[in-house]
Design a protein around this ligand. Structure first.
Ligand code: GDP
Length: 531
């Protein structure tokens, strides 16, 4: 592939993730998107993956589903002229850390909102991550086949939570039993609602052209009177769609529909293709990496244990940042300076299920390995590069962990180090001698997963015990002497994470506040960026 063709290929790429509060309709929309693009066989596995969420309390079930989740973690589809990479995010909130990291690998996000519930708590944190990275967001307001909130109120909610202007591209006419369809404001036509279609057929589509077409009023009466009023209001009050404002995270285009009825899905895809950016430059500490540079670079943003726990197989998910990956090529891991030559690299083409032949910026490849690739690792053709920005959030739940059989202490350390590097849980080593290792999690299910994996993958029976800590902050200071003084004076509350970054652990907000007041020269961070 010549450099021009790399650039052409990059321009065709759209890499995004769907984010939502559970039950807003992410799985349903994902399925319909795949169905729409003709990747039907994958639609089944999306459902299968979903099943694992309902069995979330039963880790064995999740374990069984893992193979499926590796396969459907990344779905690549072709739509119009574009190659779309859709990255899945975990359904269960206990694994939300994974979601934050997935968001570092996308160029845009599609936010699904349940029209009856509006913007829900779990979406808020995801939005924070998007905002920190200026990820452009397209909003889809779902479930208009039900009685939902008033569309104007939903728009106001989106604006206040996203802290950006919402620009409706379509507008709903009625809702619930009286749902007539959506009016496409830019194309000046109404798409009529048809319920429950499970395939896409041109003949299913019905439109009425023109805002002033009396046919709409005749058919939809009061719903149309209300919609027309609202559309006029929106036209006066909302800013016009501005692509740059969208790319900068100042505007979000909003679409309405009903995912389960396949309604509004085409508009979502069209908007994505039209508005979402193709892969852009990525900042490394050393320099800025352009997507169409000839040499390959990529970053590991997710590590997932594979099907067979006994073999400690894991797949490192790499987002290509530049150049072109070809099978059999030699790659250098920047962290260790060691070369690897992965040959059974997995691609995620849903239409053409085959090993990856080549991948360009925006694409995701999966490299099976036995633990040599860590989260945040940068792969290059020889250059040493460090990308920033893989977020780790301060955990909110803690447990101390000890091994039942003291002879297996070493295995416990190895297991915890590896699981920590994989991002399954955060592992803290206390500064004070003799203290038990501490596990920090965002969701309680993470503890179960770790206990189970320690046993099956490392042969360690671990005992989890309550911990007196309830929050952690990574600490830093301009002056390293000040930091040292702080660490020495607070030894009982200091612990180090897997990359030896020091953290202050507190048992209450009050205790943290006291420390912050007493040591103004110390910075306390809720998030640590890898690299
Ligand atoms: P997720 O948790 O965000 O992945 O949500 P799902 O896609 O699993 O959807 C949650 C529930 O909402 C399921 O029972 C879906 O059938 C239902 N659902 C999804 N989209 C719609 C819709 O457009 N209308 C209605 N009435 N229900 C929907």
């Amino acid at each position: 592939m010549s450099q021009e063709s790399v650039a052409d290929e990059v321009r065709r790429r759209r890499t995004f993730a769907i984010i939502s509060h559970p039950d807003a309709g992410k799985t349903t929309l994902t399925e319909k998107v795949l169905l729409f693009a003709g990747a039907i066989q994958i639609a089944g596995s999306v459902k299968a993956r979903k099943a694992s969420r309902h069995a979330a309390s039963d880790w064995m079930e999740i374990e069984k589903q893992r193979g499926i989740s590796v396969a459907s973690s990344v779905m690549q589809i072709e739509y119009q002229d574009c190659v779309i990479n859709l990255l899945d995010t975990p359904g269960h909130q206990d694994f939300s850390e994974d979601t934050y990291r997935v968001l570092t690998a996308v160029d845009a996000a599609l936010m699904v909102i349940d029209g009856a519930n509006g913007v829900e708590p779990q979406t808020l944190r995801l939005l924070e991550v998007c905002r920190a990275r200026q990820t452009p967001i397209i909003t889809f307001i779902n479930k208009f086949d039900r009685e939902v909130k008033q569309p104007l109120d939903l728009i106001a909610e989106v604006e206040s939570h996203l802290k950006m202007d919402a620009v409706p591209l379509t507008w709903p006419v009625g809702m619930g039993k009286a749902f007539g369809g959506v009016f496409d404001i830019r194309h000046d036509r109404m798409r009529l609602f048809r319920a429950g279609r499970n395939k896409f057929d041109e003949s299913d589509q019905a439109f009425i052209e023109g805002l002033d077409n009396p046919e709409i009023g005749n058919r939809f009466n009061e719903s149309w009177v209300q919609a027309l009023d609202e559309i006029e209001l929106i036209r006066e009050a909302s800013p016009t769609l501005d692509r740059q404002a969208f790319l900068d995270g100042r505007q979000t285009p909003v679409l309405f529909g009903s995912a389960i009825n396949n309604f509004g899905v085409q508009e979502v895809l069209d908007t994505l293709v039209e508005m979402a950016p193709s892969p852009g430059p990525r900042k490394a500490l050393e320099r800025t990496v352009e997507p169409d540079e000839p040499k390959f670079t990529g970053v590991v943003f997710k590590v997932q244990a594979n099907m067979d726990p006994a073999h400690r197989d894991r797949v490192a998910f790499v987002r290509v940042s530049s150049g072109r990956f070809t099978r059999g090529m030699k790659l250098r891991v920047s962290r260790t300076g060691k070369d690897i030559r992965p040959n059974n690299v997995v691609s995620f083409l849903s239409q053409r299920r085959e090993l990856v032949e080549d991948a360009v910026a925006g694409d995701i490849i999966g490299i099976p390995n036995h633990g040599i690739l860590h989260l945040g690792d940068v792969l290059t053709e020889g250059e040493t590069l460090h990308f920033t920005g893989l977020p780790f959030f301060a955990p909110e739940l803690f447990q101390a962990v000890e091994v039942k059989d003291p002879l297996r202490t070493k295995q416990l350390r190895v297991g915890l180090t590896q699981l920590g590097e994989e991002g399954a849980i955060q592992v803290f080593r206390p500064e004070a001698a003799g203290g038990a290792m501490l596990l920090g999690a965002v969701g309680v299910l993470q503890f179960e997963v770790v206990a189970h994996r320690l046993k099956t993958e490392y042969g360690v029976e671990a005992r989890m015990m309550p911990s007196r800590y309830s929050l952690a902050r990574w600490v830093s200071a301009e002056d390293s002497k000040e930091l040292r003084k702080f660490l020495d004076a607070n030894m009982a509350n200091i612990a180090y994470d897997v990359v030896d970054a020091p953290a202050f652990l507190a048992s209450s907000v009050a205790q943290l506040r006291v420390a912050q007041e007493r040591y103004p020269q110390i910075q306390f961070h809720t998030m640590r960026e890898h690299g």
